[in-house]
Design a protein around this ligand. Sequence first.
Ligand code: AHR
Length: 328
Amino acid sequence: MRRNWSAAALTGVLAVSVLAGCGGGGDDAGSDSGSDGKITLGFSQVGAESGWRTANTKSIQESAASAGIDLKFSDAQGKQENQISAIRNFITQKVDVIAFSPVVTSGWDAVLKEAKDAGIPVILTDRAVDSQDTSLYKTFIGSDFIVEGEKAGDWLVKEYEGKTEPVNIVELQGTTGSAPALDRQKGFAEKIAANPNFKIVKSQTGDFKRADGKTVMETFLQSTPDIDVLYAHNDDMGLGAIEAIEAAGKKPGTDIKIITVDAVKDGMTALSEGKINFIVECSPLLGPQLMDLVKKVDAGEEIPTRVLTEETTFTQAQAKEALPTRQY
Ligand code: AHR
């Protein structure tokens, strides 16, 4: 809370100074230091639904502390309405920058406009919004979830190369309406369309949670006895499903091949033990880059509109090698 943005926001004078390739509305350039000289960042987190999310929260909190940024952290407990209230509170408190990881893609325009009108720059982290007006936020830092889905699909296509029998796939989707659920489904579906033997026989949300992954997999197993492949949009749901598969007397990774996304330690451990077959990495360690962007945005510096996270994939052998030094 170090400056008064209103003059610039009202006149819109600085709004026109955004350079090509920069994100957002540009009504916040050149802020000065406040009484404590610290930037205040309001951050609204999705919740604590998965191991990925816990690692992401830790990364953000630790990075803010080491960057000397005053972090106001709010946990939305998976609810969009909580995120909207948190953002409104940040606006009232006149924080310098707002960042958030949107629970779902739609329904953000009104509150983002309020932030813009108050002259507070917004950074999207981890997940995108579907707003047509990209001036409502400065940049979006995170993974390409479509590419993650494609990597999962590519692996499966290769795994069944040359085989002619039908392949029954069940899918555990992430939170309904969230960017990673929509995009991971899309990327995967597009790639497996290459093989007419592939059929997604069931697809249902497990809300990115281990307990829900288990419950939904139990119903899949009851209704569909001949499942060949499980594609889970994150490790946690895959791990829950493994419990259900074992309880049903089947061997995960052998009787049912399993592909997941994230590569958190628990997922990597199951992969190294042969219970998962392939994991597409999604890095939660966004904190250091986010703090760098916060400082730049606050200083009115030019930043790219999209910052992509670098990620890889893991086979069982690669998981064994990577596990000893895995950070999360
Ligand atoms: O938005 C990232 C996704 O959210 C992670 O893949 C999942 O584990 C988390 O809940």
